[in-house]
Design a binder for this molecule. Structure first.
Ligand SMILES: C[S@@+](CC[C@H](N)C(=O)[O-])C[C@H]1O[C@@H](n2cnc3c(N)ncnc32)[C@H](O)[C@@H]1O
Length: 235
């Protein structure tokens, strides 16, 4: 798989923004709630004071972080797709959360407008796969973290061998068809399928984290490694 083209990625998410959440919940059979909950558990254990959620999209992770972490912890969600951010803002307002405690900002993960060592926790859920340059993205995440700060990556992975034939059949056959019914955009979900099958497995991604200078790299396989949660610490 070639590197994702950022303009095409943005256009894809612009097109599906209003139905992104519904499609997520239906297509994952509700498992996305459990996957994000696992991320939030690790985030809480990190006891951060300032958190950045990259590729925040419609804001579910940022909102869950806001709810789970003490009120004094500052949470920022960042994305480069305005309609996805508009969804996140709509949800922030609907749960009565102030902009001081949770802010959503426009930005690009590959060129982040924050000084070095700004955060002690950086999260990215289902976003890393979409970056056109993963090495640059990981190096930006490393730059923004304070020494001892943690990066948590929740991302699709390559499932255990026994599951692979069924899973790839699901990705290439059922997913685009069903997604068209929910979002009206079959192409977006063909992209999803190919971006998932072209992504490194959990060992490969752990190695990429080490190459990006992260220490204490670890991962957890979720749902037969359909999804993996990776952890890395800035030395
Ligand atoms: C699959 S969604 C994930 C949204 C959310 N994190 C979640 O868990 O549902 C991927 C998001 O990554 C964003 N994205 C992709 N590349 C980006 C980049 N270079 N900078 C900022 N956001 C990016 C897209 O706009 C989209 O909202």
């Amino acid at each position: 798989m070639t590197n994702p083209d950022p303009d095409a990625v943005r256009a894809t998410f612009e097109g599906i923004a209003p139905r992104y959440d519904l499609a997520n919940h239906l297509l994952s059979g509700g498992l996305d709630f459990l996957w994000r909950r696992r991320l939030i558990r690790e985030a809480k254990a990190s006891r951060p004071s300032e958190v950045l959620d990259l590729a925040t999209g419609s804001g579910d992770v940022a909102l869950a972080l806001r709810e789970a972490l003490p009120a004094e912890v500052k949470v920022t969600g960042l994305d480069f797709c305005p309609p996805m951010l508009a969804e996140a803002e709509r949800k922030r307002i609907s749960v009565g959360c102030s902009r001081d405690s949770l802010r959503f900002v426009h930005g690009d993960c590959l060129s982040l407008d924050f000084p070095d060592s700004s955060f002690d926790l950086v999260t990215i859920a289902f976003g890393l796969r979409n970056l056109s340059n993963r090495v640059l993205g990981l190096s930006e995440m490393h730059r923004l973290l304070r020494p001892g700060g943690r990066l948590l990556i929740l991302e699709f992975s390559q499932p255990f061998f026994i599951l692979r034939p069924f899973y790839y059949l699901y990705l290439r056959g059922f997913l685009p068809l069903f997604a068209r019914l929910v979002t009206g955009d079959r192409k977006a979900y063909e992209y999803l399928g190919s971006s998932i099958s072209g992504f490194p497995d959990r060992f490969g991604l752990a190695e990429e984290l080490r190459q990006a200078n992260f220490g204490k790299v670890n991962f957890f396989s979720l749902t037969g490694a359909v999804v993996a949660l990776h952890l890395g610490e800035k030395k």
